[in-house]
Structure formats: C-alpha cells, structure tokens
Write a protein that binds this ligand. Structure first.
Ligand SMILES: *Cc1c(COP(=O)(O)O)cnc(C)c1O
Length: 490
C-alpha cells in the first residue's frame, strides 16, 4: 500500500518512509485511498487479544514494517495498567473507553508508546544512519507521553518545549522530572502558540545535513501516530461482542473529545477497513471551530482563542481534518482548501462534500460551566469520575442521544485521568480547590475513593531534572547547541 500527500497525487511514499518523514514535503499529510480496498479480515481480528489485534491492524495499515508483533510487544509490555490496554467500562447505559491507563495517564500514550518503535524500525529498514532528533512543542499531554515513549530508545533523542504559562502544575511536574539519557525538556516564555511557532520555524529553517542528525516530529500529523489509535475502536467493539451486548455486524456509535481530529479520524479509518462503526460524534469545547465546520461547511480559524478547562482540546487549526477531506474528495480540492486557509484564514467546502461528512460525523460543543456540571452529574448518578475532556464528550453525547434516533450502543472515549486536572475536577464536585495540586490529588482521592495513578502520586517526590528556560527567539540556538552535544547527562 502506498501513501501519498493529501495535496498532490504525485508525491508518494511507502509506509516506512511516510513514518520517518512525518509530513509530506509539500506540507500535505500522508494518507491513502486504499484503506477501503485492503480486504482486511476484521471479523477474525476481533477474536484476538489486544497485542495480536494491534499487530494485525498495524500490519495492514503500515505493510512495509517487518516484525510488527515484536514492535507491538516492545511498545506496550509492562507500560499499561492492564493487558487489554484500553478497558471498556459500562457507565449507566453508555460505555466509557478508558484510554488513559498508560504511563502518563493520557490517551496519547497509546500512540506515543508505539511511534518510537515505528520510527526506529523505519530508520533501520530505510538504511538511515542519522540520529533522529524529535522536536515537540506541547500544551501538556503530548510532551510527557512523547518523552516517556522515546526515553532511552536507541538512535533517537527528544527535545520538548513547553509554554511557561500554559501547562498545569501536574503536567509541568511530569515533564521536568523526566528520566532518561536522551531526553531534554525546556520551558519557553509565552503561550503554546509561541512554542509551537518556534518549533515550526526551526523545522522550516534548519538544515542539519552532514551533522549526523535529522529532525522529526511526534505529533499527530505523522501517520505512525494515527495508526495505533485505530486498534482501540476494534478492542471496544470486540469487548461489546464478548459481553453479548451486540451481534457481529451491529453498528456502534462513538463520541470523541476532539482537538486535532486525530483520535476521531482513527475511528473513521477503522470503519474504512471494515469495522461496523456507526456515527462518530465530534465533541468540542468552546473552541468550537469544528462544530461550526460540521454544521455549515465553513472552516474559519479567525476567531478568539479560549483557554478552557479542557486545554488539550484548545486548538483552532485541526490538522487531521485535512486527511478526512482528502478521503472524501481529492487532492486538488484539498490543496485549494488549504491554500485558502493559509491565505484567508478560512475555506468553504462544497455542498456535496459537506453532505458526505455530515452523514457520518454528528457534532456538538459545550462550555466550561456545562463541563463542570457534567462531572458532578455523572459522579452523583454513577460514581464514575470523568476528567474535563471526557466530560465534554459526555455532555455532547447527551445532546446527540436526545435528538438521534439510534439504538446502537454508545461508547464515550475517555482521554485523560481526572488526576491530571485535580483542581478543575474538585471544583466541579463543589470542593475548595485552592491548595497546591498534589494536596488536591489527595483530597480528590479521599472524596471519591478513586485511586491516584501511581506515576502521578510519585511525582511529588521526584527530583527536578530539567531546569532550562529560554526566550522564544533563543529556541533555534538552543536546539543547535543540543544537537551538537554528544551527551546530555553530565
Ligand atoms: C490530545 C487530546 C485530545 C484531543 O485529541 P485529538 O486527536 O487531537 O483530537 C483530547 N483529550 C486529551 C486529554 C488529549 O490529550
């Protein structure tokens, strides 16, 4: 199977090259129209345990990789709470798919545990000698999950920039205590956009040829980050089958708290390769650029940016939507839309394309007050503790169920542990949330009896290892100096 740029049919790459490059050279994203023609044996896959299931699905989507079973085992062994990786819990008459049982308590662990294995395997298979230096700007969750994934992975180093004012206390503690010989964490003055723009600029203007290193990215523009997320849609479906809740072939609806459109797009890829996915409901917070798009066909990023209680969904340019547009139209159309987006800040898709998208992607959004209310409601009704992102999805699910005439089981994707956002969750439960976040974690545990994930509880005692803090204009010099150093641990 060949991948191609979403903006140009003539730019193609095999799956190993696509993973190694991260992004197509014309700025498009690697994607393929061949997903539907894979003749993937989805029914047989449902009978497998999660590792074997992952190896089958990843082997089909990324066929050039050798030894996928071994890569899967190395990615996940001993890192997640449970062997199924992503357990499905019945909560009231819905299901919650817990994607946060990995090493950093956010759903990005599912993909970022796998990506380093894929990158190092691709590097070997493609005969690349250069060390791969991963550059990442993070609004909180990606940075930690990437650090943990790439830690001590041979042939790679990783530099994470986080905005000094933009991450929660818990998220910052997770990053500055990171262990590993090949990891580097640095605060940047300013907000997430400053850090992100700085990283993009470094990619654009830095030529490391001859240095023995090359830059790559760990965010969801990389197809190697998307493919591992397809697996948990199959896992959830198999669990519903095993529980006798559905029969083979029945549709299942999924509600997905969405930012960069990666998680929900993985559900669509699951559907393209055969899984009976019903609706994929796109849930947004007050940064509801996707809600407007799915309702009107107009994507408009020129709008105020809101800092919300669900910060990992605070995003105005939702990169992976480009892949969906390609899958339902063609590269010429996508190229036009993306040009309009960069030149005018907005684009309008055709009526026909909008109708195709709307038939599969219902949508909704909610504000911080509704998010908080939902955390309290679900706790009071079911003694199930939602994090702020999952609460957005739950709230949008309420609205979806009220108007949809669907008898399909509904799965809400849960993307983070409530203990990553203890202040917001405690406040939602009507408690005082003015203490430091570690005290708040303990309060939340006392109140709810839900155990604090061990890795988060241990953070308070860990030594501070990464103290660097720089101005935005010094990011490039910082990276060049770090690439030059042969060892980062004194
Ligand atoms: C990244 C993230 C999301 C959004 O996922 P996308 O793939 O970007 O749509 C939602 N919730 C949490 C907790 C996240 O970290």
């Amino acid at each position: 199977m060949k991948y191609q740029s979403s903006r140009n049919d003539d730019i193609t790459a095999g799956s190993t090259a696509a993973v190694l490059q991260g992004m197509a050279p014309d700025g498009g994203l690697y994607v393929s129209k061949a997903f539907e023609d894979l003749h993937f044996d989805w029914q047989a896959t449902l009978k497998l345990d999660t590792y074997a299931m992952a190896a089958q699905i990843l082997g089909a989507l990324l066929p050039d990789f050798e030894n996928m079973e071994e890569l899967v085992r190395k990615a996940y062994d001993g890192k997640f709470d449970s062997p199924e990786l992503t357990p499905l819990k019945a909560v009231g008459d819905r299901y919650v798919l817990e994607l946060f049982r990995g090493p950093t308590s956010a759903f990005k662990d599912v993909a970022l545990s796998m990506l380093p294995q894929l990158i190092t395997a691709a590097r070997k298979q493609e005969g690349v000698r250069d060390e791969i230096v991963i550059l990442t700007a993070t609004s909180g969750d990606t940075g930690k999950a990437a650090l943990e994934g790439f830690r001590d992975v041979e042939g790679t180093r990783i530099i994470v920039f986080y905005p000094r004012e933009g991450v929660s206390v818990v998220q910052q503690a997770q990053m500055v205590t990171q262990e590993g010989r090949n990891v580097c964490v640095c605060a940047v003055e300013g907000n997430f956009d400053d850090a992100q723009n700085g990283v993009k600029e470094i990619f654009r203007t830095t030529d490391l040829r001859g240095s023995g290193a090359r830059l790559s990215s760990a965010n969801s523009i990389n197809i190697g980050r998307l493919a591992p997320q397809v697996v948990y849609y199959f896992r959830a479906y198999a669990d519903l089958l095993d529980a006798g809740r559905i029969s083979r072939g029945d549709a299942v609806d999924f509600v997905v708290p969405t930012g960069n459109f990666g998680d929900i797009l993985a559900g669509y890829i699951a559907k393209l390769i055969g899984l009976p996915v019903g609706k994929l409901v796109c849930a947004s917070n007050e940064n509801n650029v996707l809600t407007q798009f799915l309702e009107t066909g107009c994507y408009d990023r020129l709008r105020p940016f809101h800092k919300t209680l669900s910060p990992s969904m605070d995003i105005l340019v939702s990169s992976n939507l480009e892949r969906l547009l390609f899958l339902l139209s063609d590269s010429a159309a996508v190229s036009g839309y993306m040009q309009a987006l960069s030149e005018k800040g907005s684009y309008q898709i055709s009526e026909a394309l909008l109708a195709k998208i709307q038939a599969q992607f219902p949508c909704g959004c909610c504000n911080d007050l509704e998010t908080s209310e939902t955390i309290a409601e679900v706790w009071n009704a079911h003694q199930y503790l939602l994090d702020t992102h999952t609460a957005v999805a739950w709230r949008v699910a309420d609205a979806y169920l009220a108007q949809a005439n669907s008898s399909a089981p509904l799965v809400v994707l849960s993307t983070a542990s409530p203990y990553k956002f203890p202040a917001a969750v405690l406040a939602a439960l009507g408690e005082d949330s003015s203490q430091d976040e570690f005290a708040l974690m303990r309060r939340l545990q006392e109140k709810t009896g839900v155990p604090i994930p061990a890795q988060l509880a241990a953070l308070e005692q860990k030594p501070l290892r990464h103290k660097d803090a720089i101005a935005r204009e010094d990011m490039k010099a910082y990276v060049l100096e770090k690439v030059r150093q042969t060892a980062w641990i004194e």
